[in-house]
Ligand binder design. Structure first.
Ligand code: ZN
Length: 152
């Protein structure tokens, strides 16, 4: 295992063991739930969107380390971002995971990429069955944001 793989593994395990933003929101919020039957992963999230910005987010879920770590990293990254930035991030994540067609936005020579910790998940591409695990949180997020679009 290369040093980089090892670092990525650490990041994923850390988010899996200590998920960020676990819980639910009590105020006005959007809610969505997703399942990945091929692995048995479950993920649900609450997000509060105010004036086009994600101001708070909380998640619940159970399943494999990839699905839960991806969710934890995602929740951590989206708070404070505008909905259009979150949609852009979702697109870039899907490109990185080859869920969408296009050039991988992750340039290993450029530090501080927009995806941050999420880049730890790019190794998952080598395991096509696990790509659905990594993408579960993101498709659930898209479902929640679609509700936001319908309300405005
Ligand atoms: Zn899974």
């Amino acid at each position: 295992m290369s040093q980089l793989d090892e670092l990525y593994r650490e990041v994923i395990l850390d988010h899996y063991r200590n998920p960020r933003r676990r819980g639910t929101l009590s105020g006005d919020h959007l809610h969505a739930e997703g399942v990945n039957p091929s692995c048995g992963d479950e993920f649900s999230l609450d997000i509060e969107v105010r004036d086009g910005v994600v101001v708070d987010a909380a998640m619940q879920g159970q399943g494999c380390s990839i699905s839960q770590a991806s969710g934890s990293m995602m929740m951590n990254t989206i708070v404070g971002k505008s909905v259009s930035d979150v949609e852009d991030l979702t697109y870039k994540f899907k490109l990185m995971m080859s869920i969408e067609e296009g050039d991988n936005p992750v340039d290993p020579d450029r530090p501080g990429s927009v995806l941050g910790d999420l880049e730890a998940l790019q190794g998952v591409r080598k395991f096509p069955v696990r790509i659905k695990c990594a993408g579960l949180a993101w498709s659930t997020l898209s479902d929640a944001l679609q509700q936001a679009g319908q309300e405005s």
